[in-house]
Design a protein around this ligand. Structure first.
Ligand SMILES: Cc1cc2nc3c(=O)[nH]c(=O)nc-3n(C[C@H](O)[C@H](O)[C@H](O)COP(=O)(O)O)c2cc1C
Length: 367
């Protein structure tokens, strides 16, 4: 449905990934390398799906991972995802490249709020943005560390997708084929990036997103810088995009309370390992010191159960809720979360587990 509704360049921005998209494809395939081993006759009338992650109680073991530009996908954008996350009492991450303000989104949901952050060259800007997040009532700061430079998204190069739009002729034709999207876009509030607008002139078109990445973000960012941020924030702080054991240990050492194993949905370093394949190693190394989360390729309740069995505390969803957002706004995201809730609950029963804590590696065999 998303493919039918969206102009090709926007659909491909969501669906695309880096280089040959090998990692993107493998993310979902990695869950198929192992099998669930159920137990039976365990009395599973009532199933508790709640988890506590970085001190936050979530009704479901899944959360909506931060993603950029949501009002391009559907005019309700982040408002839809926030309202759906509120209904299902789970976390939602607002992106630095979000299209609705953090303050507004915060008010739409009483569930814990994540703010996804990029590290800027301008340290005072970093401080100001963290203070803004604190004032807005954000519970979890999430610094994305796998985007020190932009990934090579070849689909976007072919269509000319960028903010502001610089479409190729082929890209323009694809927009012309979806007039309903265009009408909808033009009859709603103008496109903005409110997390950045105050600090960077994005709206006027002088700063493109790719320029934002290359000129505003700091490629010299290192562990000392992040240690300082963790101290300044003095609350729940996690790093998104950790993959190695050494980095996971370092994150724990500098006082992070969580890490998200992620390859950014295959959109950054193609050929990088999948979070699911790397999960056991990381949980074994730091699972007793820090909450380990993961995202990438999650499409089914059984994927979530497999990740939880290996020791993930919660699992992030990306495209799983973005396509439904594009297809049907808030109703789409709610339906996606409802289907996921039903699947996880059913699968837990079939596994003989009445709470997430009962899932363990004993429930899993690799082929
Ligand atoms: C369209 C799109 C935009 C994204 N924007 C961001 C972002 O602004 N910040 C961020 O940390 N991750 C971003 N991500 C990555 C997601 O948070 C998440 O790591 C990834 O989508 C998980 O993979 P999945 O889509 O296979 O579930 C984005 C992903 C997509 C698909």
């Amino acid at each position: 449905m998303a493919r039918r509704k969206l102009p090709g360049p926007i659909f491909n921005y969501i669906d695309g990934a880096a280089d040959d998209e090998v990692t993107y494809r493998r993310n979902t395939a990695s869950f198929e390398r192992c099998d669930l081993v159920p137990n039976v006759l365990r009395g599973v009338e009532n199933v508790d799906l709640s988890v506590t992650v970085m001190g936050q109680k979530l009704a479901l073991p899944v959360y909506c991972s931060p993603t950029a530009l949501q009002r391009l996908f559907h005019h309700q954008g982040e408002r839809a995802v926030a309202a759906a996350s509120d209904k299902y009492a789970t976390m939602f991450g607002v992106s630095s490249l979000g299209t609705v303000s953090l303050e507004e989104v915060r008010k739409l949901s009483s569930a814990p709020q994540i703010y996804q952050f990029y590290f800027h060259k301008d340290r005072s800007l970093n401080r100001a943005m963290m203070e803004r997040a604190k004032t807005a009532g954000v519970e979890v700061m999430m610094l994305t560390v796998d985007s020190i430079t932009g990934g090579n998204r070849e689909r976007d190069k072919r269509t000319g997708f960028s903010i502001p739009f610089k479409l190729t002729l082929a890209g323009m034709l694809q927009f012309a084929m979806k007039p309903a999207w265009g009408l909808n876009y033009l009859t709603h509030e103008p496109f903005r990036l409110p997390q950045l607008d105050e600090h960077v002139d994005m709206g006027g078109g002088t700063m493109s997103i790719s320029k934002y990445f290359s000129e505003m973000l700091d490629p010299s960012m290192n562990w000392d810088d992040v240690a300082q941020m963790v101290e300044q924030w003095s609350g729940q702080f996690c790093l998104k995009g950790i993959m190695s054991v050494a980095d996971a240990k370092r994150a724990a050492d500098i006082g992070c309370t969580g890490i998200v194993l992620s390859n950014h949905g295959g959109r950054q370093l193609d050929g990088s390992r999948t979070a699911f394949d790397q999960l056991a190693e990381i949980v074994d190394a730091v699972g007793d010191r820090i909450d380990v989360l993961m995202d990438g390729g999650v499409q089914r309740g059984t994927h979530v159960l497999k990740a939880l069995s290996l020791g993930a505390k919660a699992v992030g969803l990306g495209r799983y809720y973005l396509f439904p957002l594009a297809a049907a706004g808030q109703a789409g995201v709610e339906r996606a979360l409802e289907l996921m809730r039903i699947e996880i609950e059913r699968d837990m029963r079939l596994m003989g587990c009445s709470s997430v804590q009962q899932l363990s590696r004993a429930n899993l065999r690799f082929r």
